[in-house]
Design a binder for this molecule. Sequence first.
Ligand code: FMN
Length: 196
Amino acid sequence: MEFTALVRKRRTVRRFETTPVDRAVLEGIARLAQRTPSAGFSQGQRVIIVTDPEQRRRVAATCDEAGYVEMGMGPWISECAAQFVPCVSELVYRRRYAEADKGGTPEGEQDWPTPYWWVDIGKTAMVLMLAAHDAGLAAGFAGPQDVPGLQAVLGLPSEFHPIGVIPVGRPLPDQRSPSLKRGWLPFEEFAHWERW
Ligand SMILES: Cc1cc2nc3c(=O)[nH]c(=O)nc-3n(C[C@H](O)[C@H](O)[C@H](O)COP(=O)(O)O)c2cc1C
């Protein structure tokens, strides 16, 4: 899909077919997401791809899927073709910036005016969602309520923090988020020329 259309048409979808998607397509989405830039080329981002239905249900439970079902939105986190879980390690960045070409400051003494690990994994998540749409699929985003539970379900090394669960699949009619009633900010409030 053409880039402008892809960005404009992408939206958070919250209902999917459970029919499987070819592993090669899912892998293609993950491979594009790996191309996200990272501070110091630290590459502290990882992605877990979950297709097994039982495992999808365990993952969805850590995002309180039952709460969405109660709200009438259906089990949109577990019922999909695959879940992509972007994870990031702050320690990878701290180790990288302790290297000589990045100043060599010991990990514990570094000053991070902006914690770039959060910046980078956000970009990874965005590429995952856009890549899913580009592949003719749709994607949602659910914030995990139980991060230690999700780490345990996925068997993550303790330094890796999962920032969300991105269900992906062929879209079904869904319930739009009430948050959308807020509308977009006027562009002039978002963008400022030369200075605020
Ligand atoms: C960091 C982040 C966390 C989000 N968490 C949730 C969530 O827990 N549940 C949910 O239904 N949507 C969640 N969303 C989706 C937003 O509600 C959605 O992106 C926003 O309303 C704009 O809608 P759109 O993506 O369709 O343009 C999240 C989005 C982001 C970027």
